[in-house]
Write a protein that binds this ligand. Structure first.
Ligand SMILES: Cc1cc2nc3c(=O)[nH]c(=O)nc-3n(C[C@H](O)[C@H](O)[C@H](O)COP(=O)(O)O)c2cc1C
Length: 178
């Protein structure tokens, strides 16, 4: 075992999914930014949380419009998705500059990214604040769509920094839920 500096401790809870968080900015344009602090937080109703820096545009947009869409990223468009983290202002449409495409969502006004093989359409439920540099943007999933198997979705996992991984082989373990 080696000591991990406390400011890097959260990287032990990795890899996590790489996603694009889609929101509508103050100019009415789609913003699609990469995030990987994303976690399920409730089953019924289905709630998800995204750990978002306090100053991020996605947070402001999700609060203002009450909606956002989570688009799972796959390796075949991973670099394009990661490029969308570049500093941007309302109206910049980085996703378009990186040759990604938008597609209408089913239950919310925020479009999804066409290249994504699994999406969660969310209504902003709450923003959980604590004494820190991030908050948790809580979304209630109002519609979900996905390719039928994990292999087809092929999610890109984010380890930390510039390190990413692909999914590994499936393992079946016995559960004791009864
Ligand atoms: C793979 C990846 C994962 C990231 N995960 C997060 C995250 O979970 N939380 C966060 O605040 N920023 C994260 N970032 C940084 C944001 O993408 C970046 O600050 C971006 O400019 C935010 O855009 P926005 O202001 O439109 O929300 C991540 C960047 C990359 C490339």
């Amino acid at each position: 075992m080696i000591d991990i500096p406390l400011l890097k401790a959260t990287s032990i809870i990795s890899p996590r999914l790489t996603v694009l968080v889609n929101t509508i900015d103050s100019k009415g344009e789609l913003v699609s930014s990469p995030y990987s602090w994303i976690y399920p937080i409730n089953m019924n109703p289905p709630l998800i949380g995204v750990g978002v820096g306090r100053t991020k545009q996605s947070l402001k947009n999700a609060k203002r419009t009450g909606e956002f869409v989570i688009c799972i990223v796959s390796p075949n468009f991973g670099q394009q998705a990661v490029n969308c983290e570049k500093a941007h202002k309302p109206g910049d449409r980085l996703w378009k500059k990186n040759n990604l495409h938008s597609q209408k969502s089913k239950k919310v006004n925020v479009p999804r990214i066409k290249e994504s093989k699994a999406v969660l359409e969310c209504k902003t439920k709450k923003v959980l604040e604590y004494n820190g540099d991030h908050v948790i943007l809580v979304g209630e999933v109002v519609y979900a769509q996905s390719q039928e198997t994990l292999e087809k979705v092929d999610p890109l996992l984010h380890v930390s920094g510039e390190t990413f991984r692909a999914i590994g082989k499936a393992i079946t373990l016995q559960r004791h839920t009864k």
